[in-house]
Structure formats: C-alpha cells, structure tokens
Design a protein around this ligand. Structure first.
Ligand SMILES: Nc1nc2c(c(=O)[nH]1)N[C@H]1C(S)=C(S)[C@@H](COP(=O)(O)OP(=O)(O)OC[C@H]3O[C@@H](n4cnc5c(=O)[nH]c(N)nc54)[C@H](O)[C@@H]3O)O[C@H]1N2
Ligand SMILES: Nc1nc2c(c(=O)[nH]1)N[C@H]1C(S)=C(S)[C@@H](COP(=O)(O)OP(=O)(O)OC[C@H]3O[C@@H](n4cnc5c(=O)[nH]c(N)nc54)[C@H](O)[C@@H]3O)O[C@H]1N2
Ligand SMILES: [Mo]
Length: 761
C-alpha cells in the first residue's frame, strides 16, 4: 500500500505509468505465469472477453487488447489463493464484518459452498445437493413467488442469464432487480421513448468517421481505458473531441497510448479534448438546451440571410415528430436559468453549438455523469433532441453512444433480465417452452429493498455482484437483507453482502470469465454483448485449482432442477453443452438465428439496431422529440430548509484503483490521491467559505426530508478543481449517504451523482 498523500498529477494519462502499474499489479498477483497467459488471451479471438468494461474490440490484428485496468480485473480473478470452509471456521461473520472490502476480496477465490449457522455465527461447509435442496424447499414454501428477489450483476454471461430468467419465470415472478437499475436504466427508458430502442446506435467503426465526438459525464481514462485508444486515433486524424465533465479528468485532457511505439519512445502524448467544459453536477440538460438555443438563433440568422438554416429539416420532417413544441419550449427557457443551472456561460455554449454545426458527423457518448441524477431521463432525451435536430442518427460516423458499465450488462437485458419484460419476449418464451410466464412487472433494485424491509419479500438470490455495498442507503439495504428468511450469493469472491446473512444464508462459489469451464461435452464457451451490440464468444484459458466451484449455468440448473423438476426443461441437457442453451436463445430471440454458427466467426456478430436504419419502434413510428422543462433545482428545494449550513451537491464516483465495489488499491493516480479513499474533493473558495482548511478531517451528512441520520465521518477534505457548490467522493464508502427514496424520474435509479449534503468538522 502506498503512503497517504495528495500530489497533483500533471503528466498525460496512459503511457509508461500505465505499463508500470500493470506490471506492479501482475507481480503482486502471486500467479504470474498464469496471469501473463491470461492477459495475452484477453479480448482475442478464441480467448475470453475482458471482465473489465463493455467497450468493443477493434479488429486490428497484432495488438494486445487489454488495458491497465482490464489487467487488474483479470489478475484479481486469477489469484491462486482460496477461501475454504476452514477459513470460515477461523473467522466468525461478526469478525469479518469489521474488515473492509479490500481485505475480504484479497482472501482469494471462494472455493466451496458454505451455509450460515446463526447459532455459531460461522459459515460452515454444505454439499451442493443440500444447498440446492435448501433453496428449493424455501422457494416452494413461500406463499407467492413474488416473495423472492432474483438479483443479477452484469458480468453474468448470456447463457447464465438466459437460464436464470427462464428458471425464475417458470417459478413465477418477474422480480429481477439488477445492476442496470443503478447504472444505465435512465438511458434505456429515455431512448426507448425517443427512438424506440434502449441501446446505442453506433458501432466502433463509426468513431473512425465522426467529425466531432461529444463526451458527456464519463471518465474513460479509468473506466473505459480502451475507449481512450479510440479517442486518441480520432484526435490524431483531426476529429474534434468536446468534453463535458464536472471534473478535469486527466485521461480526457492528454493521453499517451501504450500501444503507440513512437509516443512511448519519445515520451510524447496526444491532447484528447479540443474543448473541455466543466458544467455543474446535473447541469448537462441546461447545457444542451443552451446549445440548442444558440443554434436556433443561428438558424434564424442564416435563413434571414438567404441560407437554408442550420438544422436538418429534411431529416426532421421525414423521421421525427414533435419538433415545433420542443423548439418553442427551448425558446421560452431563458438564458439566466441555463447559465445558472449549467454553470457555463452563454459564450461557451455558443462555442459548443458551433463545433456541432461545423461537423457533418457527430457522435455523443455518455455514462454515469448523465444517468445517476433525478432528471436523467429528461437529460438524455434532450441530447437525443440535439442529435435529431441535426439529423445525426442513422448515418455512418454519427449517433448515440451510451457507454455501458459491466462487460455483459447489455447482453443480460437482451436475453431477458428485465423486471418489466416486453410482451413479445414473453410470448416467445411461452411458444418455445410451453408455459405462460408472469406478465405483471416485478421489482427493480429500490423496490426490492422496500419489499425486503417491509417483510413482503423473504428470499434474496444474487447472481454475482455486491448488493449491500452497491445499493443506496447502506444501513437500510443491510437491514433489508438481514430480514430475509434466506439469502443466497453466487460469487467468485467474498464481499460485504455475504456478511449480512438472512436467517439462513448460502455462499455458492462459481467460475469466472478466465477459468476453463468443463462440462459433460467438454470445455464450454459463453457469449457476451458489448456497448455496440456485438455478440461474441468468450472462453477461459487457464487451468487452475477450481476446488468445488461450479459454473454459473450449472448452479442455476442445480437450483432449477431441485425447485421445479425437469418436466418442462431438461436442465441437465442444457448445461451438458451450452450450445443447447444457445439453440433455445436462438428460438426465443429473433436476432439470434443460427447463433451457434455465428459465434464461430472471430469478433462475433452484430445484433443490429433499428434506429440506426431509420426504423423507429415508437408509438408514432417516428423519432420523438421528448420535451421537458428544465428542473427547478438539482436537489429537492426542501432540503435547503433543513440546515443553516451551506448545502453542497455531492457526486459519488470511482477511483482509478477499483472495479465498482471491488477495491484493488488505495490510489487514484490521475486525480493525485494516494494511499487513501476517504477523501472529499472541494473547491478552494468553498473550503474558505466554510472556515475549513485543506486536509481537515470532516463529517458529511446528507439532507433529505425524513428524520433518518445519514452520515459518514473521518473524511479528509481536499482542495480540488471542481465547480463551486459541488463536491465529489468515492463510491461505495459514501453509499450510506444516498437516500433510498432519492431516485431518478421514471428510471428509479439512485441519484448517486447528486446528493444534497452538508460538510462540517
Ligand atoms: N476500472 C474500472 N472500470 C469500470 C468500472 C470500475 O469501477 N472500474 N465500472 C464499470 C461500470 S459498472 C460502469 S457503469 C462504468 C462507469 O463509468 P463512469 O461513468 O466513467 O464512472 P464514474 O466514476 O461514476 O464517473 C462519472 C464521471 O462523470 C463525471 N460526472 C459526474 N456527474 C456529472 C454531471 O452531472 N455532469 C457531467 N458532465 N459530468 C459528471 C464525473 O466527474 C466522472 O468523470 O465503468 C465501468 N468500467
Ligand atoms: N453511490 C454509488 N453507488 C453505485 C454507483 C455509483 O456510481 N455510486 N454505481 C452503480 C453501478 S453503475 C453499478 S453497475 C452497481 C454495481 O453493482 P454490482 O454489480 O452489484 O457490484 P460489483 O462491485 O460489480 O460486484 C462485485 C462482486 O461480484 C462478484 N463477481 C465478480 N465476478 C463474478 C463472476 O464472474 N460471477 C459471479 N457470480 N460473481 C462475480 C464478486 O464476488 C465481487 O465481490 O453499483 C451501483 N452503485
Ligand atoms: Mo454500472
């Protein structure tokens, strides 16, 4: 572990620093040979899909296709350390609860199934058969299938996810809370209403043709490092990259590509963003509206001087609906409100508008900076409106690109992990499997927590993930889990959630992406879908000591067989050869015809996107201009009355050394934070206003109109280049501050990027 210190990082992102860090994490992994072998197979044809992020793979040959943070993810999984029943004999659950997440995951891979004994407060060895029987008898003993919650985290393969949703729907519920509910849900909701499909419209090739790329609310330097490779190439061929980010993220400023021999030898680097705007948290809707308002003025000027205007009138009249009302509402939004809410000047927004107008082909990308606010759906729809006005959908080099998080979160949705399944999908399941699946909506993450708290739901099953740490309002979420009759965790590593058992609890160890998955017919592959709707195969390569671990599909099949028998589905046959699962996916989902053949081709196949072909599956069969007023304020007005202290808006975000709740190390190199995570970043003038000083130890309280105290303490206040009134701190340490009731309109996503807080000594 490095020593605690704060030191500004002023080099480019990537470069030798990234290689040095990769080497450090490799060496630390005490499984060096395997890990190097693993890295060489990452994202290669016939290798495995990187469990890091959902960015796509370039088809270039001869490249290594992992990044510094992908390497950390691979190393972390491929450790030779094992957590066995003996480990649990030595440590009670109460003792383990005192440890942090870093310690828990560092103990190694979970190696055998264990069951919680509440008398001794220890997990103890249990056979797979007994574990499956305990789950089956508990599920079959519930008064209604809707009393169980089936969570999914987005690393799960298409095969495991499809089998899981099939089992759960046969059992009788749509209670599918999943990580997507906390992530890109707003994207799905917004895009479905606007353009008739909840996914991005671009492919990786489009980035080679874009004249401008607008990057909203994401930090690719840490979270999608392979995206920097794409932006680096775009920047070098002269494309404009316009960034909107509350923080000056190093990777979006300058990048030295470790794949570029000249840059590495000369210690050179490439500027990434041509223009970098730092809006206030939650200010992007106002910023985009400002751009459109500026464009309207330019359109009028142009037409007045005999031009044809700046919008793509041919596109909007043929393909869209609702433009008049939208333009009227934009014209009626006054500049003061736009400037106040975005924190950007009129001149800046006019400049951004001009870059957009000068570019024939524009891609807009975004991630959590847009999706985790109260008005996220409205913000994303505002962005769609901007693109529609200029006809930036459907043509090469242009479109919408939500950058997904977990490596298969998009695929999981495609194959049916959805608490609000559409009718066509359900009808298909019914046709193929001969049962009528439940039609009423199930619970999302926040609804599941409420249901467990109230006693309505009694069983929680987690296919991966770390629910207790990732969900909002940590105290309430832990309380919810502990009220269950049974909690079950299918996982690779020990985490906080496993230490919040229900009355009974199981931890079931599973294989990861890098492991060889051997079934009756031989070694298996699985499939995943990336942010660009490319579906491809992934197969583990490393022979290691797997103990009693089973694959995710095998565990799901075991639970399903014990609970439902094999009348409607031959679960054993399904897992003997995953081709059988894929044949069923192909029967159910139209885009997957000939699935098993298609994944033979290197790079996989493209699922397609109707909106990218001018086919709009909306009610009107046109792209919709969805029109909303700007929000009155970013956090509820009522919180200002709750305190005499100044109110700040807090965003909770990722460091460079973590994968969601998995902490690899305590450094956040590009932000100059070393050896610690309990820091809160604040503007120097705000620190002075509070009468505090850089490096002071502070408490943070969140403000919400209920009587619950939500507080984290012993945070170090650090001076940071961040807009006044905004602060930033790491997730999951600050999840206790996110009120369960504070969710996005229509999306139910916890508002992790805009929490009202007060900060004091
Ligand atoms: N190494 C690594 N890779 C990952 C992950 C990881 O934890 N580690 N997580 C994966 C997952 S599940 C996801 S969802 C993605 C997350 O990828 P990101 O969305 O990049 O993740 P965050 O760290 O939440 O970063 C949010 C970014 O948006 C900015 N931001 C926050 N609020 C606003 C706002 O209101 N407006 C604007 N314009 N900017 C804002 C922040 O300053 C920050 O740069 O990454 C995936 N990849
Ligand atoms: N405050 C705040 N909260 C947030 C966010 C935020 O930005 N701020 N981001 C949200 C987002 S975008 C997301 S996606 C969620 C993430 O929420 P989750 O997906 O629930 O969390 P992870 O930390 O990714 O889960 C890590 C655990 O997954 C298990 N695991 C790893 N690999 C595998 C595997 O191959 N199979 C199985 N079965 N298990 C595996 C390991 O046991 C590991 O401990 O968190 C959300 N929560
Ligand atoms: Mo995510």
């Amino acid at each position: 572990m490095t020593k605690k210190r704060i030191a500004k990082y002023d080099q480019a992102a990537g470069g030798w620093g990234a290689l040095a860090s990769t080497a450090k994490h490799l060496i630390k992994s005490e499984n060096l040979a395997n890990n190097i072998r693993n890295l060489l197979k990452t994202n290669q044809d016939y290798g495995f899909d990187c469990p890091g992020c959902a960015w796509g793979e370039s088809r270039e040959q001869g490249h290594f296709k992992f990044c510094e943070n992908g390497a950390k993810a691979v190393n972390w999984e491929a450790t030779s350390k094992r957590v066995t029943a003996e480990f649990f004999q030595q440590h009670s659950v109460s003792q383990l609860k005192l440890q942090d997440g870093y310690f828990l995951e560092s103990q190694g891979r979970l190696a055998e199934p264990v069951a919680y004994n509440s008398d001794s407060d220890h997990y103890e060895s249990i056979s797979w058969a007994d574990a499956f029987e305990l789950i089956a008898s508990t599920l079959n003993g519930l008064a209604s299938p809707n009393q169980a919650e089936f969570y999914t985290s987005g690393r799960t393969s298409n095969e495991a996810a499809f089998l899981y949703q099939l089992f759960v729907r046969l059992y009788g519920t749509n209670n599918f809370p999943d990580c997507s509910n906390m992530c890109h849900e707003a994207t799905g909701v917004a895009l479905t209403a606007s353009i008739g499909v909840g996914k991005g419209t671009v492919t990786l090739d489009d980035f080679e043709h874009a004249d401008a790329i607008f990057v909203f609310g994401q930090n690719p330097g840490s979270n999608h490092p392979r995206m920097l490779d794409t932006l680096h190439k775009a920047s070098r061929r002269g494309a404009q990259i316009i960034t909107f980010n509350t923080l000056k993220e190093r990777g979006l400023e300058r990048f030295a590509n470790p794949q570029d021999k000249v840059e590495m030898v000369t210690h050179g680097s490439t500027p990434i963003s041509s223009v970098y705007f730092t809006p206030k948290l939650g200010g992007d809707m106002a910023a985009i509206r400002g751009m459109v308002k500026a464009m309207i003025a330019m359109d009028k000027d142009d037409k007045a001087s005999g031009g044809s205007g700046v919008f793509d009138d041919a596109f909007t009249s043929e393909h869209s609906q609702g433009i008049e009302r939208y333009l009227e509402v934009v014209e009626n939004t006054n500049w003061n409100k736009i400037i106040e809410q975005s924190g950007l000047s009129q001149a800046q927004l006019e400049q951004a508008a001009k870059v957009h107008l000068k570019s024939e082909r524009v891609i807009c990308t975004w991630a959590m900076g847009l999706t985790q606010h109260k008005h996220s759906v409205q913000t994303i729809q505002e962005l769609v409106n901007l693109q529609l006005l200029r006809g930036q959908l459907g043509k090469p080099g242009a479109g919408l690109c939500p950058v997904r998080g977990h490596s298969n979160v998009q695929g999981d949705r495609t194959v049916g992990i959805n608490e609000k399944p559409n009718k066509v999908f359900l009808a298909s399941l019914e046709r193929v499997f001969g049962f009528s699946p439940p039609a009423e909506s199930g619970h999302n993450v926040v609804q599941a927590i409420h249901a467990m708290l109230s006693g309505e739901s009694k069983v929680f099953i987690g296919l991966g993930g770390n629910f207790a740490a990732a969900a909002p309002d940590t105290d309430l979420t832990e309380e919810a889990l502990s009220r269950c009759d049974l909690t079950v965790h299918i996982a690779t590593k020990l985490n906080r959630t496993h230490l919040v058992p229900g009355k009974q609890a199981l931890i079931l160890p599973c294989l990861g992406r890098t492991d060889i998955d051997m079934q009756a017919s031989g070694p298996q592959k699985v499939t995943v879908e990336d942010s660009f709707s490319m579906v491809h195969a992934s197969a583990g390569v490393v022979e290691s000591e797997l103990g009693e671990m089973l694959s995710e599909p095998a565990i799901i099949a075991g639970i399903a067989k014990a609970t439902l028998g094999e009348e409607l589905v031959d679960w054993s046959e399904m897992i003997a050869d995953y081709d059988n699962i894929r044949d069923k996916i192909a029967d159910v989902l139209p885009g997957f015809a000939d699935f098993n053949n298609k994944i033979q081709q290197p790079g996989g196949f493209y699922l397609g996107n109707p909106a990218a072909r001018y086919v709009w599956n909306t009610v009107s069969h046109k792209a919709e201009f969805m029109t909303h007023e700007l929000p009155d304020s970013i956090v509820p007005e009522s919180v200002y009355g709750l305190t005499d202290r100044p109110v700040f808006v807090l965003q909770t975000l990722r460091s460079h050394d973590q994968y969601n709740t998995t902490i690899y190390g305590l450094d956040d190199r590009y932000r100059g934070v070393y050896g610690q995570r309990r820091v809160v970043m604040m503007n120097a003038e705000d620190i002075a206003l509070l009468g505090l000083a850089h490096m002071d130890s502070v408490n943070i309280n969140s403000l919400w109109p209920d009587s619950k105290l939500r507080q984290v303490s012993d945070f170090t206040l650090i001076e940071y280049d961040i807009p006044r009134g905004n602060v930033a701190a790491y997730y999951p340490e600050t999840n206790p501050l996110v009120p369960l009731e504070s969710v996005g309109d229509l999306s139910w996503t916890p508002t992790s990027k805009s929490i009202a807080v007060e900060i004091f000594k």
